[in-house]
Design a protein. Structure first.
Length: 79
């Protein structure tokens, strides 16, 4: 299950782990104009861990989910 909310400066996507135990903490993706952050609570330290990615890194990650093992470079469709 996931939610999508449009805030003033970001689109916020929250992914909620459903299924059988053990379940992972909710994952929050904040999409800003300049970058994307991914946040998840670390239950051991009780601190939110944050990763910051560029939009290109997110595009590469999304493409990688559907590709076999190898080395790839995404080329824009217009060039």
């Amino acid at each position: 299950m996931f939610t999508i909310e449009h805030e003033f400066d970001a689109t916020v996507i929250t992914v909620i782990d459903e299924g059988t135990a053990p379940l992972m903490e909710d994952l929050t993706v904040n999409v800003f104009s300049e970058c994307v952050t991914v946040e998840q609570l670390d239950p051991e330290s009780e601190k939110v861990q944050t990763l910051q990615l560029s939009h290109q890194q997110i595009r590469d990650l999304a493409a990688a989910l559907d590709l076999p093992e190898g080395i790839y470079r995404l080329v824009p469709e217009d060039g």
